[in-house]
Design a binder for this molecule. Structure first.
Ligand code: NAP
Length: 325
């Protein structure tokens, strides 16, 4: 089978497409014919050797996938050949077939495309956990989302609306903000002029946001700490800007706010039943039409490097999907 392979740390152009033996599923695994694999920021960190957990070389990137079950291991009871499935797998989605732990897979809902299904595990899983369990977001509260047209950001916009919040979407361009508006954002802030804090204060009668969802980090984080409201919750999601910010800790005292870490992968491994229950709710929201995953760009497998560049160069709007077959 064909697979995109990362043989050593480096930029996307150092990866290759190679012919390798198809994997054989272990007893608790499912062999999936991969149709689509959506990119997340961790994929581009992983190929560069910058992610928090690195697989051994050579590996195929692609942290999530959607496809059709080709075969099942001896102990697998929940799936059969022909089932349409999707899931977050860490890496390995950029290959024609993947052997996946059955517990990492879910059945695709009726009417969902492979492209949509390939990109919902990480984004909606992370953002729902962040807003529900970590922020305890309440109806009527104001939620500020940074990087609001990116993968996890756009999911946070939609889920925040579905949870009854007033959502302020913040991003770096008019095109990105238009996508956030189409996904339901109530207010828009272009932070490319460096004036995030002032604009949030203006939209909240000087009070600041109740919850801030930050997958960007860098310089914007300091401004978040200055426009979080009294008793607010600042969700630390990620550092797409590259720099891990430092916090003047007096600001936490002055706002009586909480800095809340979010590590979805670790939580879903520790609390699989709760994570499963969250995902059932996410799929219900999909079936009710309250969330609609946005596929910003699609690439054929041969153009995996361009797909990765799209994320690395801050071009992605919604999900970037690589069609494997
Ligand atoms: N904590 C968790 O459990 C968890 C789970 C999944 C992902 N994450 C993290 O969340 C972050 C976003 O992931 P994603 O998959 O949603 O990525 P994405 O789709 O590329 O979105 C990232 C957003 O960050 C902003 N950004 C600012 N500076 C950037 C730069 N130099 N390069 C690229 N983007 C930049 C961009 O928005 P603007 O241009 O509008 O600023 C972009 O839309 C990553 O740090 C990822 O590791 C965390």
């Amino acid at each position: 089978m064909k697979a995109v392979l990362c043989n050593s740390s480096g930029p996307p152009e150092t990866l290759v497409i190679d012919e390798i033996p198809a994997p054989a599923p272990a007893a608790d695994e499912v062999l999936v014919d991969v149709y689509a694999s959506a990119l997340n920021f961790p994929d581009v960190l992983m190929i560069q050797g910058k992610y928090q957990s690195q697989p051994a070389f050579p590996f195929s990137p692609g942290g999530e996938l959607a496809g059709v079950v080709a075969a099942t291991g001896a102990d697998v009871k929940d799936f059969k050949p022909g089932d349409r499935v999707f899931g977050g797998i860490g890496y390995g989605g950029f290959a024609e077939q993947a052997a996946v732990k059955s517990r990492s897979l879910r059945r695709m809902p009726e009417g969902m495309s492979f492209q949509e299904a390939s990109g919902i595990s990480t984004t909606y899983g992370t953002s729902y956990y962040a807003l529900k369990q970590r922020a305890n977001l309440q109806p009527g509260e104001t939620l500020l989302v940074l990087g609001a047209a990116g993968g996890v950001g756009l999911a946070a916009v939609e889920l925040g609306k579905a949870m009854g919040a007033r959502v302020i979407a913040a991003a770096s361009s008019a095109e990105k903000l238009a996508a956030a508006r189409a996904s339901g954002a109530d207010e828009l802030i272009d932070y490319s002029d460096g004036e995030l804090k002032e604009k949030v204060k203006a939209l909240t009668d000087g009070n600041g946001a109740n919850v801030i969802y930050d997958p960007v980090g860098g310089d914007l984080f300091d401004q978040c700490m200055r426009c979080i409201g009294w008793y607010g919750r600042v969700l630390v999601i990620g550092f797409a800007a590259g720099e891990i910010p430092r916090v003047p800790i007096n600001l936490v005292l002055l706002k009586s706010c909480q800095l809340v870490g979010v590590f979805y992968g670790a939580w879903s491994a520790r609390s699989p039943a709760e994570a499963e229950s969250n995902f059932r709710e996410i799929l219900k929201l999909y079936e009710q039409g309250q969330i609609k995953p946005l596929i910003g760009r699609e690439y054929p497998m041969a153009e995996y490097a361009a797909a990765m560049r799209c994320l690395m160069e801050r071009q992605a709007i919604g999900k970037v999907v690589v069609n494997i077959r």
